[in-house]
Design a protein around this ligand. Structure first.
Ligand code: 4NP
Length: 155
C-alpha cells in the first residue's frame, strides 16, 4: 500500500504526516510506504522546516532526511491514496486528476477524524511554534485512524 501526503510547500505539514504515518506503520509491521509532496515548487530539494523537524523529534519521529518535491500527475499512478491538508491543496490536486479513478484516491486528511466536516490542517508556516504542536497532534490523531483503516484494507 502506497500513501502520499500533500500540502502546499512540502516543508511543514505533509512531511510531518509522512513521518507520523510511516512510523506507526513500521511499529505495527504493516507493509505501507508513505511519501509526501507539495502542490507548489517553492521549496523543492529543501529539508522540512526546522520547527516541523523539532516537533517530530520531540515525539520520537525523525523527518530530517526528507527532501521537498512537487506533486506530479504521475503520483496518481504510483499511490493508492492521496491525503491533502486543506481545501486549496484539495482543489489543486483534484484539478490535475485525469479521471474518476484518480479523483477517488484524493481525501481531505481530517476526514479521518471528522468525516464530512471539511476540516483542514491549518498552515503553520507564518505562525509560532504552538501552531506546529497543534498540527502534530491533529495529524497524529488522523494517522491513528488512517492506520486502523489501512490495516483492515491490507488484511
Ligand atoms: P506547508 O507550509 O504547505 O505545510 O509546507 C508552507 C510552507 C511554505 C510556504 C507556505 C506554506 N510558503 O509560502 O513558502
Amino acid at each position: 500500500m502506497k500513501i502520499l501526503m500533500v500540502c502546499l510547500g512540502n516543508i511543514c505539514r505533509s512531511p510531518l504526516a509522512e513521518g507520523i504515518l510511516q512510523n506507526k506503520a513500521n511499529e505495527n509491521q504493516l507493509d505501507i510506504m508513505v511519501d509526501s509532496a507539495g502542490t507548489a515548487a517553492y521549496h523543492v530539494g529543501e529539508p522540512p522546516d526546522i520547527r516541523s523537524q523539532e516537533v517530530a523529534q520531540k515525539h520520537g519521529v525523525d523527518i530530517s532526511r526528507q527532501q521537498a518535491r512537487q506533486f506530479h500527475v504521475s503520483d496518481f499512478d504510483h499511490f493508492d491514496r492521496i491525503y491533502v491538508m486543506d481545501l486549496s491543496n484539495l482543489k489543486n490536486v483534484k484539478d490535475l486528476a485525469r479521471n474518476q479513478h484518480d479523483l477517488d484516491k484524493v481525501k481531505l486528511i481530517r476526514d479521518a477524524t471528522h468525516p464530512g466536516k471539511n476540516l483542514v490542517v491549518p498552515d503553520p508556516y507564518y505562525g509560532g511554534r504552538d501552531g506546529f504542536d497543534k498540527v502534530y497532534m491533529m495529524l497524529d490523531e488522523c494517522c491513528d485512524n488512517i492506520l486502523s483503516e489501512l490495516s483492515h484494507a491490507i488484511d
